[in-house]
Each structure stands twice: as structure tokens, then as C-alpha cells.
Design a protein around this ligand. Structure first.
Ligand code: 4FM
Length: 225
């Protein structure tokens, strides 16, 4: 799977490219993350890609031409790429959406800055608008990195044995609790079933804990079952 990211801050993506699960996926050639500096598509010597909003108001708006030129450049090599714009107006990113997107060969992620992008980009050049949650962040880059991480984890073989696909959301539930050595610390003990060696009992306990956890912390998730 290939990600092409259109951004004013390509260096931010070293945060996910250089270490961890995604870095290992890149090393295994299971995925690639390719950044495009939007300023390279500016048509002026100052490398501007933004201008004041029609109708007035504070802040700047990203212009159509550099974004459209960049998307079209990517599409020369990847005509079937799905172009995604990260914004609070988008469809909410969920486990199910991440899983769906992981079946794509090519995703192009447009990261906005300033007040927004010219609406004509969204109308004409974008296939999908996605939000990572109901809050505002300062630009699309962190959203794009969240999406890349969540989607990459769903690509077969990206997670090694070390990482393990612990995906409680695949079951529509929160996770069960984990414990490691020592057996007791400051009077707090590990549940005895986990020390029993009886795998069927352990599995049943974990399933029960996952349900209880979900009932206690996220009742809304159980309504979708
Ligand atoms: C988006 C800032 C576009 C500037 C943003 C521009 C967001 C979210 C978000 C901020 N992205 N989910 N929530 N983006 O807040 O994905 Cl131009």
C-alpha cells in the first residue's frame, strides 16, 4: 500500500516513518509513505500557496491551483488513488473505516493548514473527507498520521509477532486488563485465574472483563452490537 501525503510540513512525517510499526512495514516493503511539499507547486517566487478569504475575515485560505496540480501529478502515476482530506467536517475514522481503507492500493492524504482549503478543491478533487475526532487540531498532519497508523496496522503482515494485532475494536469491545511480573506489588495482586495455566478459563475471564469494561466505560459501543 502506498500513501502520498500533500503537506506544508513533510518533516513531521519522520515521526511515523523512522521508528515503530510503520517503519518496519516500510522496511518490509509492505507500505510506503511519500510526502509532497505543496510549496513546490506554487506559481510565485515567494512559494505562497494561500490567499485571503473572499468575503473577508481573519486567516488565510489554501488556493486551488497548487493543490490541484499536486493531486494531478500524483494521479499521473496512481490514477486510481483515493484522495482524502482530513478535517473536522469529515466522516469519523473508526476501526471499520480503517479496515476498509486498508484494502486500497493507494491513498492520497491532503493536509490543510490555515483556515481551510478553497471549497472548490473539496467539490472537485477530493473523494472522501475524514475526521479523526470531534475537536480541532492545528493542521491535517497529525490527523493524517493517525489515519496512516490505524490503516497500516490492518494490512496483513505489517504487525510482527512483537506487535500483535491486539485489536479489541475488531470485536466491537474495549480491551481486557493486562498484568506482568511481579505477582504482587504494594499489596496489589494479579487475578489468580491468570496464574492458573487453564487457558479456557483465562479466555473466558478476558472475554467477561472486556464486556464489563465496555459496559462501564463505553455503553455507546454496546448499542451497535
Ligand atoms: C483542518 C486545520 C484543515 C486546518 C484543520 C485545515 C482534523 C480532525 C482537524 C484541522 N483533521 N480530524 N478533527 N484538522 O481538526 O482530521 Cl486547512
Amino acid at each position: 500500500m502506498r500513501f502520498d501525503v500533500i503537506t506544508l510540513f513533510p518533516e513531521m512525517f519522520s515521526a511515523i516513518k523512522d521508528e515503530g510499526v510503520i517503519a518496519r512495514g516500510i522496511k518490509k516493503s509492505l507500505l510506503s509513505i511519500n510526502t509532497w511539499q505543496l510549496r513546490d507547486f506554487s506559481d510565485n517566487k515567494h512559494r505562497n500557496i494561500d490567499d485571503a478569504p473572499y468575503g473577508g475575515g481573519a486567516g488565510m485560505v489554501m488556493q486551488v491551483k497548487p493543490i490541484r496540480d499536486c493531486i494531478n501529478k500524483i494521479k499521473q502515476d496512481h490514477p486510481k488513488t483515493k484522495v482524502i482530506y482530513l478535517s473536522p467536517q469529515g466522516e469519523k475514522l473508526t476501526h471499520n473505516l480503517a479496515k476498509e481503507l486498508s484494502k486500497s492500493d493507494s491513498l492520497t492524504l491532503l493536509c490543510g493548514r490555515y483556515e481551510g482549503v478553497d471549497e472548490r478543491v473539496i467539490e472537485h478533487d477530493i473523494d472522501m473527507e475524514i475526521s479523526i475526532g470531534d475537536y480541532v487540531i492545528s493542521g491535517g498532519e497529525l490527523g493524517a498520521m493517525v489515519l496512516i497508523d490505524a490503516v497500516s496496522r490492518q494490512i496483513p503482515d505489517v504487525l510482527g509477532n512483537q506487535d500483535s494485532l491486539n485489536d479489541s475494536f475488531a470485536e466491537g469491545l474495549l480491551d481486557y486488563p493486562y498484568y506482568t511480573r511481579p505477582e504482587t506489588i504494594d499489596g496489589q495482586s494479579v487475578p489468580t485465574v491468570l496464574l492458573s495455566g487453564h487457558q479456557a478459563n483465562i479466555d473466558a475471564w478476558r472475554q467477561d472483563q472486556a464486556i464489563k469494561n465496555t459496559q462501564k466505560k463505553r455503553k455507546d459501543l454496546l448499542k451497535n452490537q
